[in-house]
Write a protein that binds this ligand. Structure first.
Ligand code: ADP
Ligand code: MG
Length: 677
C-alpha cells in the first residue's frame, strides 16, 4: 500500500529510512511524491551544434588505451581519445583512476561533461559504457540529504514505481482532465520522475500545477465557508434611507468602483454571516469614504463601530475627518496610547455602556480591558501593518463583529487569492475624477541642491513639500538621527521665510499632533520626516515629495509615500534620489517613474522580489508549492480558484460521485497538515 513505510521497498533498510525521514519521506506515497527539482538533459547533438563551455553529451568509439597521470597526493588525470563523426575528441577525467580498466580501445562510450570547442575536448563528469540510452536522456536530479545519493534515490523510486505505481489513483474528476487536456495521475507521476521527453514532462507538470492549486484553493474555500457558517446570526439591519441621505450630504458623488465595493460590504453586513472582507484600493481611491459609510450603517443598525489604524497621526486624522463628516449624528471618540488615566477610564466606560457609537484608535483598541457594548463592525486600516495576532484579537472583540480589512498596498491578484484565499475581496480600481498623476523623476544625489532650489521656488508659490530622509534598515534610532541632521541641513540651506519642520516616530504625541497641524495649516512649508508619514496622511496642499535613498524602499512603499502628494488640484511631483548599484535597482526606479498604477507596481514588485519578500516577515500565509509557481503559473491559479469556488458553492464534493476521490484525498490532506486555523 502507498501508506506503507518506505522500508517495504526492496533495498531500503533502517539506516536509509532514517535518512529519508530527514527528507520528510516516510511512506511510499511520500517517496513517489518526492519530485526532482531539475532534470539533466543528455541529448546527443551534432558536433557543430555544441556550444563552448556548455554541458554536453557525446557518443563515440575509444581510439586507444587511456593514459593515466598522478599528481599531488590523491589526484589523477585520465585522458583518452574518442572518435565521433570522424573527428578525434580528447576526453579528460579527473580523479577517477579506476576507470582506466573499464575503458578499452574499440569500446563505444557515452560521455557527459563540459565542452571546449577550441581544443575539441570534453572534461567528463559522467560516463557510461555503451551507446546513449534513448530512455535515459533526461536524468532526474533530486535534492538529497545525508547518505542518500541522487543515484540511490533514483533507484528506489524506480523500484517503488514498478511495485506500487498501479496503486496511484486518479483524484481529479474526468471533466477537468478532459477540459484542460491533463494526463492522468499515474502516468503524470511516472513522467515527473522519468520523463521520456520535454513535452511529456511539460504536460505532467501542468497536471500537478493545477492539482496543487486546486487542492490549496479548495482548502481555502472550505475554510472560508466554515468561518462564515460558524458565525451565523450576525445580521446588521442598517437603515438604507438614512444611509442614502448621509451619502447625499457628501461634497462629491461616489465613483462606480466605490459604489460596487460599498454594495458588497453592505450586503455582507446585512447577511446573517459574519463578514471577513479585504478592501483594496490605491492611495486616494476613497476607501476611507467607503469605510465611513459602513460605520454609519452600523450606527443606524443600533450597533457600534471601530476603526483601527497603525499610527497615532493617522488615528487623529481619521478622527477629525469623521467627526466633520458625521457632524452631530454620532458620538465618536479617539483611543490611542496617549489617552491615559482618568480620561481613559471614562472613555472605556462609555464604550462599554454603549454611549459611544464609533471608536477610532491604534493598538490601544485591542488591549484586554477594552470592552464594547455591541460592536457590529470592526475596520482595520492598512491591515498589513498589523500582525496576524493583532488582527485576530480585534476579530474576537465584542460578539464577533463583521470585519473589514483595508489596504492601500495593492496586493497582486495572484498573492491575494493565495494569501487571502479565505477572505472575500473588494477592489476600488478607479480614482475620483480630476486627479492629476504625480510626475515622478529619478535623480542622483549630486542634484540635491537643484532639487532644493525647485522646492524653494514652489514654496514661494504657497505649495509644500515632504522630504523623506534616508532609511537605515532595522534601526529606528539611526533613522531619527538622519532626520534630525537633514532637518538642520535644510534649515541652513533655506532662507528664513521657508519654514522647515521635523517629524519622526519618537516625538511625543502632542508634538506630533502640533507639527502635523502646522503642516496642514501651511505654517510649516517643508516637512522632513521618517517614514512615519507613509500611511494615510492627507495634506492636499503638499505637492512635492522627495525621497532620499529611494533604492532602499520597496516599490509598494515608495508608492505609498508618493501617495502623500497629488491629493489636491495642483500638479504634484515626486523626486526619488537614488544611486542603485544593480540592474534590479535601476529597473525599480524606472518602473516608479513610468507608472502610477498601484496594482501594476505591485505586480512588478512581486516579480522583482518574489512572493516570500513581498509581505515582509510579519505576515506570510503563503504556502510553499512543490511544482507550481504563483507568479509563473498565475493562469492555472486563476483557473483553479474559479473551479474551487464552483465546487464549494455548488457542493459538488458531496453531491457528485465523480468528486468523491478528490473529497477523500482532501480530507486526508487536511487531517495531515492540520493547518486549518
Ligand atoms: P483612501 O483612504 O483610499 O486613501 P480617501 O477616502 O482618504 O482615500 O480619499 C482621498 C480624498 O479623496 C479625500 O479627500 C476624499 O474626501 C476624496 N474623495 C473620496 N471619494 C471621492 C470621490 N468619489 N470623488 C471625489 N473625491 C473623493
Ligand atoms: Mg453580517
Amino acid at each position: 500500500m502507498l501508506e506503507d513505510a518506505v522500508t517495504a521497498v526492496n533495498g531500503v533498510g533502517e539506516k536509509l529510512a532514517e535518512d529519508l525521514a530527514a527528507m520528510h519521506i516516510v511512506t511510499i506515497r511520500d517517496l513517489l511524491d518526492y519530485f526532482p527539482y531539475r532534470y539533466d538533459v543528455y541529448e546527443i547533438k551534432p558536433l557543430r551544434e555544441l556550444i563552448h563551455d556548455d554541458k554536453v553529451t557525446i557518443e563515440g568509439r575509444v581510439v586507444h588505451e587511456p593514459s593515466l597521470a598522478f599528481y599531488g597526493k590523491k589526484r589523477s588525470r585520465l585522458s583518452f581519445t574518442v572518435e565521433t563523426e570522424n573527428v578525434a575528441i580528447k576526453a579528460v577525467m579527473f580523479n577517477r583512476a579506476f576507470a582506466k580498466k573499464q575503458i578499452n580501445p574499440g569500446d563505444t562510450v557515452t560521455l557527459t561533461g563540459k565542452w571546449d570547442a577550441h581544443r575539441l575536448q570534453i572534461t567528463v563528469s559522467n560516463y557510461k559504457k555503451g551507446a546513449a540510452d534513448q530512455q535515459a536522456k533526461m536524468q532526474p536530479m533530486y535534492s538529497v540529504k545525508g547518505d542518500v545519493s541522487n543515484y540511490k534515490l533514483k533507484k528506489i523510486i524506480q523500484r517503488a514505481l514498478g511495485d506500487y505505481g498501479r496503486e496511484i489513483a486518479e483524484i481529479l474528476p474526468e471533466r477537468y482532465l478532459r477540459d484542460y487536456k491533463l494526463p492522468g495521475r499515474q502516468k503524470a507521476l511516472m513522467t515527473m520522475h522519468f520523463p521520456k521527453n520535454r513535452i511529456a514532462l511539460k504536460h505532467a507538470r501542468r497536471r500537478f500545477i493545477y492539482e496543487e492549486f486546486l487542492l490549496f484553493q479548495l482548502k481555502m474555500q472550505l475554510l472560508r465557508k466554515l468561518k462564515r457558517e460558524a458565525t451565523k446570526g450576525n445580521a446588521q439591519r442598517y437603515q438604507a434611507d438614512q444611509l442614502q441621505a448621509f451619502i447625499a450630504g457628501f461634497p462629491f458623488t461616489l465613483t462606480k468602483a466605490q459604489k460596487k465595493a460599498l454594495n458588497q460590504i453592505l450586503s455582507d453586513m446585512k447577511s446573517s454571516y459574519r463578514m471577513n472582507r479585504l478592501l483594496q484600493g490605491d492611495v486616494g481611491s476613497g476607501k476611507t469614504a467607503v469605510a465611513a459609510i459602513c460605520l454609519y450603517g452600523s450606527i443606524t443598525a443600533g450597533r457600534q463601530g471601530a476603526l483601527m489604524v497603525p499610527t497615532e497621526i493617522l488615528a487623529e486624522q481619521h478622527y477629525q475627518s469623521l467627526t466633520e463628516l458625521f457632524g452631530g449624528d454620532a458620538n465618536i471618540v479617539l483611543l490611542t496610547g496617549s489617552v491615559k488615566g482618568k480620561r481613559r477610564k471614562e472613555l472605556l466606560a462609555s464604550l462599554e455602556s454603549g454611549e459611544v457609537d464609533i471608536v477610532i484608535g491604534t493598538h490601544a483598541l485591542i488591549q484586554d480591558d477594552v470592552f464594547f457594548c455591541d460592536l457590529g463592525l470592526a475596520i482595520v486600516d492598512e491591515q498589513h501593518r498589523f500582525g496576524v495576532e493583532q488582527r485576530r484579537v480585534l476579530r474576537e472583540k465584542g460578539l464577533k463583529p463583521d470585519v473589514l480589512f483595508m489596504t492601500a498596498t495593492p496586493i497582486p491578484r495572484t498573492l491575494a487569492i493565495t494569501a487571502f484565499g479565505d477572505m472575500d475581496v473588494s477592489v476600488i480600481d478607479e480614482m475620483p475624477a480630476g486627479r492629476k498623476a504625480v510626475e515622478t523623476f529619478w535623480a542622483k544625489e549630486n542634484t540635491f541642491e537643484r532639487i532644493l532650489g525647485f522646492i524653494e521656488k514652489r514654496v514661494s508659490e504657497k505649495e509644500q513639500a515632504y522630504v523623506i530622509c534616508p532609511l537605515i534598515e532595522e534601526s529606528d534610532k539611526l533613522d531619527i538621527q538622519n532626520a534630525v541632521d537633514l532637518y538642520h541641513q535644510l534649515q541652513e540651506f533655506f532662507p528664513p521665510e521657508v519654514r522647515v519642520g521635523l517629524m519622526h516616530g519618537r516625538l511625543p504625541a502632542e508634538e506630533k499632533e502640533a507639527v502635523m497641524k502646522q503642516f496642514a495649516e501651511n505654517d510649516i512649508h517643508v516637512l522632513v520626516s521618517t517614514t512615519v508619514i507613509e500611511v494615510g496622511v492627507n495634506v492636499p496642499n503638499a505637492t512635492m515629495m522627495v525621497v532620499y535613498d529611494a533604492e532602499r524602499f520597496g516599490l509598494s512603499q515608495l508608492h505609498q509615500l508618493r501617495g502623500r502628494v497629488g491629493r489636491g488640484e495642483k500638479q504634484s511631483y515626486c523626486i526619488l534620489i537614488a544611486d542603485p548599484k544593480g540592474e534590479v535597482g535601476k529597473e525599480r526606479m524606472r518602473i516608479m517613474t513610468e507608472t502610477t498604477d498601484g496594482f501594476e507596481l505591485s505586480e512588478q514588485d512581486l516579480k522583482l522580489r518574489g512572493p516570500g519578500d513581498f509581505f515582509g516577515k510579519k505576515q506570510s500565509g503563503i504556502p510553499e508549492f512543490k511544482v507550481a509557481d504563483m507568479i509563473h503559473d498565475y493562469r492555472a491559479l486563476e483557473t483553479a480558484r474559479k473551479d474551487a469556488e464552483e465546487i464549494i458553492e455548488t457542493n459538488l464534493l458531496a453531491k457528485d460521485p465523480s468528486f468523491t476521490p478528490l473529497e477523500h484525498y482532501l480530507e486526508n490532506q487536511i487531517l495531515l497538515t492540520e493547518k486549518l486555523d
